[in-house]
Design a protein around this ligand. Structure first.
Ligand SMILES: C[S@@+](CC[C@H](N)C(=O)[O-])C[C@H]1O[C@@H](n2cnc3c(N)ncnc32)[C@H](O)[C@@H]1O
Length: 298
């Protein structure tokens, strides 16, 4: 991605989440505090925020945007909302089971770090992201809204390892049982950088580690893309310098991580999202396909 500009995909995810939050049927998937914080961020990062906030509430513009989504990547918006809610659910489980340090990598405009820091004042929470994206996010909040146990660290993870970045921070504790959330990020790193990330994470955390991440499905022809996406999406990502560079074949992920030492890996996707959030909805709502959640631990 372009280093001097905030992430275009982080902005797209924020907009999709806010659009989903105003869905008359499935809007409840986005918790009210997430909507409030996300709207604060939207107001400071979007060029015409009033127009955007009007458009996501207005029936006609919602219909137009839904038609656009149906053409470009049907089910993408609900996929984003379901993915985030599912990650929130498994993160809370991990914190209840003892994770006392939370690290959100490539946090973009996600509010999971803020929420985790407020709900767990005894835990130290870190957000790592490119400096430009992070800076625009921090300015969305009054300093009094940022809890004292939430720390922002600017870094480019294609040039620096998480080990170097974290060990330089005085509050980081490599002996603490740690939860990493790295959502919508690994696909933007080349295969070697993804491998270096997992190797560094395995070595760094000596008090236990749960890592929640998302990954793109690598198809048998090597293509890495949402199964449901129009070819224009690939061109847009290339134009924004945020094209997908890595992915995994879902069935091979646990084996790959086991070779790096991780003892257990689970994957979750469309069918788990539907069982968790839409168990009685028939027919089940349309969700984009091609991105999964992985949870690995050591
Ligand atoms: C698609 S956004 C996802 C944001 C957020 N995690 C979410 O799911 O809402 C990708 C994020 O990864 C960050 N990112 C991509 N490559 C990175 C790198 N090499 N170093 C640090 N951050 C990176 C971008 O700045 C951006 O915030």
């Amino acid at each position: 991605m372009k280093q001097d500009r905030p992430s275009a995909t982080a902005s797209l995810v924020l907009k999709a989440l806010l659009f989903a939050a105003h869905d008359p049927i499935h809007g409840g998937l986005v918790p009210p505090e997430t909507v409030r914080w996300s709207e604060s961020i939207a107001i400071s990062i979007i060029k015409f925020p009033k127009l955007f906030l009007f458009a996501i509430r207005n029936r006609l513009s919602r219909w137009l945007l839904t038609t656009l989504e149906e053409t470009l990547n049907p089910g993408f918006i609900l996929h984003v909302a379901a993915r985030k809610r599912f990650i929130d659910k498994i993160s809370r489980q991990s914190i209840r089971s003892g994770s006392s340090q939370i690290i959100v990598i490539g946090a973009g405009y996600d509010t999971i770090g803020l929420s985790a820091a407020i709900s767990n004042p005894a835990a130290n929470c870190f957000e790592i992201d490119h400096a430009t994206t992070q800076k625009t996010k921090i300015t969305s909040f009054a300093s009094s809204e940022i809890p004292p146990n939430l720390f922002f660290i600017p870094a480019d993870l294609s040039a620096t390892s998480i080990g170097e970045v974290l060990t330089a921070h005085p509050k980081f504790d490599s002996m603490a049982s740690t939860l990493i959330v790295i959502e919508g990020v690994l696909m933007y790193l080349p295969d070697q950088a993804v491998r270096r990330f997992f190797e560094a994470a395995y070595d760094l955390f000596r008090g236990g580690l749960t890592c929640i991440f998302t990954f793109m499905d690598r198809r048998s022809n090597g293509d890495i893309q949402f199964k449901t996406a129009h070819p224009l999406i690939k061109s847009w990502l290339r134009f924004k310098h945020e094209q997908f560079l890595s992915g995994f074949e879902k069935d091979q992920l646990a084996g790959y991580l086991a070779t790096l030492g991780f003892s257990h890996t689970d994957t979750y996707g469309k069918s788990e999202f539907i069982s968790a959030f839409f168990p009685k909805v028939d027919p089940a709502p349309l969700l984009a396909e091609g991105e999964f959640i992985g949870v690995t631990s050591k």
